[in-house]
Write a protein that binds this ligand. Sequence first.
Ligand code: CAA
Length: 240
Amino acid sequence: MARVALVTGGSRGIGAAISKELKEKGYTVAATYAGNDEAAAKFTAETGIKTYKWNAADYEASKAGLAQVEADLGPIEIVVANAGITRDAPFHKMTPEQWKEVIDTNLTGVFNTIHPIWPGMRERKFGRVVVISSVNGQKGQFAQVNYAATKAGDLGIVKSLAQEGARFGITANAVCPGYIATEMVMAVPEKVREAIIGQIPAGRLGEPEEIARCVSFLVSDDASFINGSTISANGAQFFS
Ligand code: CAA
């Protein structure tokens, strides 16, 4: 039977590319989204991938949603914690609300997504966890104290989970995308974006599919001994 893979924030941007890639590789995929019903309906119509609506920042909603996915499709053996938001502002202008929103979604959301299904992975002695971090978690970024903190936190999560899960056949790894051509990056003011592209030796933004293929490798049987690692895919912008 096909393994079940869950992708949070899986109906748009990098998450949508991951959902599609995993479906193509033969997994049964469920994609979650937080609010954009229209985009989710369009995504399902185009791809046939089932979408589920809940807020990753809410533990109880995540727990109930994950249980529903498992009731519909079977045990989740692969989880890709991808859902993320930005609330960029220079630190002196950043509000406590901007800090909290990003922490709740990008960091606590990762806990909420993995924690309820972790016992099942341990019992079944198999699991693949991938967390989508960011180059900005590795290097920091002007106006992203909140976001960079969460993305650096992701690396601590996978390194710790890797140690806990290894003897249960569970791997936990991170992918650190650089600047990828998604709505999130397109929302950066054009002048700033052009300056960023100037700092990428590849001379271009990445494509969501270039990140999806990293995830597809990490969840495959070929990656069974890769655990606690980070794949950086950033066009040579930064080496960690
Ligand atoms: N480095 C150094 N200085 C910078 C800077 C940078 N990267 N960006 C802006 N500045 C400077 C400005 O030139 C300005 O200088 P002056 O005061 O001397 O003019 C100062 O910092 C601050 O400018 P403002 O007060 O006008 O800033 P603002 O409150 O209008 O905020 C901003 C603007 C939010 C910082 C905007 O420039 C921005 O969005 N920057 C992009 C941040 C970024 O890279 N975000 C990544 C989003 S994509 C993503 O997160 C995906 C991923 O994982 C890679």
